[in-house]
Design a protein around this ligand. Sequence first.
Ligand SMILES: Cc1ncc(COP(=O)(O)O)c(C=O)c1O
Ligand SMILES: N[C@@H](CCOP(=O)(O)O)C(=O)O
Length: 466
Amino acid sequence: MEYISTRGSAPALDFEGATLAGLASDGGLYVPREWPRFSKEEIAGFAGLSYAELAQRIMLPFVGDSLTPERLLELTTQAYGRFAHKAVTPLKQLDEQQWLLELFHGPTLAFKDVALQLLGLLFEEFLGRGGDPLTIVGATSGDTGSAAIDAVAGRARVDIFMLHPKGRVSDVQRRQMTTVLAPNVHNIAIEGTFDDAQAMVKRMFNDQGMTSRFSIGAVNSINWARLMAQVVYYFAAGLQLGAPHREVAFAVPTGNFGDVFAGYVAAQMGLPVAKLIVATNVNDILHRALTSGDYSAGTVTPTAAPSMDIQVSSNFERLLFDLGGRDGAALAAQMAGFESTKVMQLTNAQREGAARLFTSARADASDMANAIRWAWEECGELLDPHTAIGLHAARNAGLPADVPVVTLATAHPAKFRDAVERATGQRPTLPARIGDLFEREERLIELPGDYDTIAAHVAAHAVARG
Ligand SMILES: Cc1ncc(COP(=O)(O)O)c(C=O)c1O
Ligand SMILES: N[C@@H](CCOP(=O)(O)O)C(=O)O
């Protein structure tokens, strides 16, 4: 399988190359040259596989010659062996129509573990073949950071520099990152928002001064391998609810558009998806884009669902590329306009294409709290605020009663204990394996949200090429 850039001028790479490169050298995102497609019979044949086996089958066409099928299965078995639930991503019924897909049984209690546990192993595998040591630079609004750090802490030939917006992640999220004291882990709290952090990370990939000295790698969903691994749980849920013979809808709490784009990929691969419901908080750039074509970034409002406090949604570019006829030059011009003005209008083709599969909803603080309360009072389930925003959208989507609607439960409620307690009076407890989180020592550095300062810090602590 070959990977091409959404902006059309970076060299095409194989899976190993795209995984190590992260962002394309023209500033675009890598996507497979074409979508692999499974027949109905092939999808039906996936029923009964373990999660690790299903993951191997779904990902094999994307991996191409970079790994043998046997090696890929070893890696998926190892990655998902660390999950606290045997089903890895169990599905729970809430009522006649509504379902929850629990994606938070990995080591750091959020859906990010599903992809990052595998990505850590892929880095180790590919770096073991030679080449330069990897300097991972990432941005997090809370969950990617801890999952990525868990996945690479202590691994040879990798350093990780993780930027989070100071004071804008939950205390559990921060401590899950800053209490990992392995020497290759560098936590940086910046003044600013997640969008500022993400922009600085992307800039570093195209900073010749840095890329000539360091091999910069990505753990954010700009890295294709992240999304590839997330496609699997759409198939896992769909198969349990009757796919390929029955359509299923998914409601996805959305920020960077990675998780829901994985659902789009599942649909391109043949999974019968009735609708993908994009659920945002009041930072609603995606809801505006999907309802009116207006993709304009406003200022970020802090909310009780901080991981979705995002106004520049990096994976939307992958969708716009696909819906716009995969014209890299046209998309490069469209994105350049957005980067300089923070305003973009979707083309008719992009709007109409998106409307075929996507719908969207925006939840404010009271919608979110009501959804948490409904799940607790009616179903006995404690939901985290992000999942609650997904459920709010799912319950208001107006889909026919015979279409099951699966809300992706993206984080464990204990990561956001204060918001859950405010809504329900119940304070979720941390799972025993991190029960002592608040007694652990923290290590982080606080820096201004200034690119040159961050780049100098990375350069002073990373291992150079060669
Ligand atoms: C708990 C949680 N839910 C939802 C999201 C949004 O996912 P995405 O950025 O892939 O749209 C995030 C952050 O990415 C998150 O951490
Ligand atoms: N919500 C995310 C933001 C980064 O998203 P990513 O999926 O691109 O890594 C987080 O928790 O950090």
